[in-house]
Design a protein around this ligand. Sequence first.
Ligand code: 5GP
Length: 197
Amino acid sequence: MTDTNKQTGLLLVISGPSGVGKTTITREVIKRLDAQFSISMTTRPQTQSDTDGLDYMFVTEDIFKQHIENNDLLEWAEVFGNHYGTPRKPVDEALASGRIMILEIDVQGAIDVKKNMPDAYGVFILPPHEDVLLKRLRDRAREDEAIIQKRFNKAKLEITMAKESNVYDLFVVNDVLEDAITKIVTAVKAEQTKRNA
Ligand code: 5GP
């Protein structure tokens, strides 16, 4: 800790395949670490479970392109034909004020973030078994079967990419939800303590 007692901010990247329980885990980690959530910008259609301005900022392709041109995005990626990106300013501000900023983004995005910000701490959430993913994707009944299959195939690819990427400091299996949350919270607190020592 410095003599001003100011904590160093920490950029926490959380990734994991669709249906792994990422959103549930992230929401709880935010509460327990008093962290800030990075609201991504996306061109994907809003679903019933999304709140605009809270879960995502839903924008048109034109507006998204404008933000890329203005260099407003820390990273962006195309996922299932839609664009998703992390607004840069809130991340810079949160880190400057010593907070933990959480990015819930895919592996491509995490690789880009790590290139620009090598101090980012990466967590990847794994399913207990691949079959669990398919079941969870179907249970949430958010998309039709063709999209579910696309998400399932991408999920399998993402797990392989994540393991080979060198971006993630921690891999957590979401078997028992509470255990997964505790593991992440404990690891991030330990990392913060180490960095502030
Ligand atoms: P969903 O449409 O299910 O909310 O998100 C699809 C995927 O896009 C998830 O893997 C999610 O983590 C990822 N994602 C959400 N926001 C961003 C972002 O700002 N950048 C990147 N690269 N991926 C994102």
